[in-house]
Design a protein around this ligand. Structure first.
Ligand code: MG
Length: 173
């Protein structure tokens, strides 16, 4: 019975899903980086890296799909190497882990929750930037933005959060 189950799984297309979540506190006068793009904003994320919650959630989703742990395990915020780092570098390295294991990213869907400023003018550039960084077509990358209708820490502009879902596929399929 064990042998049968093992063969059955081998014959299936290896499709993995992953989800990720991140949050950072906001403060006046700091730069705001989201989806690999600098946003014109009176507030920015307090972080060890550039504080890009969208990329951090995306990296966690990708790592999750392959059960590789989380972003803090691979890029610890206690390390000087990652102080102020452009999160696109973390996404690039995460993508390289995926290809190194014989997989590719099928698509990604990200939701960013931020009360202000409005992100609509930046969505297209975020999608292009993330797609280029992951080496996949732009039509496989979705970025959505929402406020929380002034509710909770996001609504009070105390923080910014992001959720990401991805599909990761074995390269042979
Ligand atoms: Mg983070």
């Amino acid at each position: 019975m064990t042998i049968f189950v093992h063969n059955f799984i081998d014959d299936m297309t290896d499709i993995r899903t992953g989800n990720g979540y991140d949050v950072h506190a906001l403060a006046e006068g700091l730069p705001l980086h989201l989806g690999g793009v600098e946003i014109e904003s009176p507030v920015g994320c307090i972080a060890h890296s550039d504080g890009d919650v969208a990329i951090h959630a995306l990296c966690d989703a990708i790592l999750g799909a392959l059960a590789l742990g989380d972003i803090g395990k691979h890029f610890p915020d206690s390390s000087e190497e990652f102080k102020g780092i452009d999160s696109k570098i973390l996404l690039r390295r995460t993508t390289e882990m995926v290809s190194g294991l014989g997989y590719r990213i099928g698509n990604a869907d990200i939701t960013i929750a931020l009360q202000r400023p409005k992100l609509a003018p930046y969505i297209a550039t975020m999608r292009e930037t993330l797609a280029r960084t992951m080496g996949i077509p732009t039509d496989r990358v979705s970025v959505k933005a929402t406020t929380t209708e002034h509710l909770g820490f996001v609504g009070r502009s105390e923080g910014c959060e992001a959720y990401a879902s991805v599909l990761v596929l074995s390269v042979s399929h």
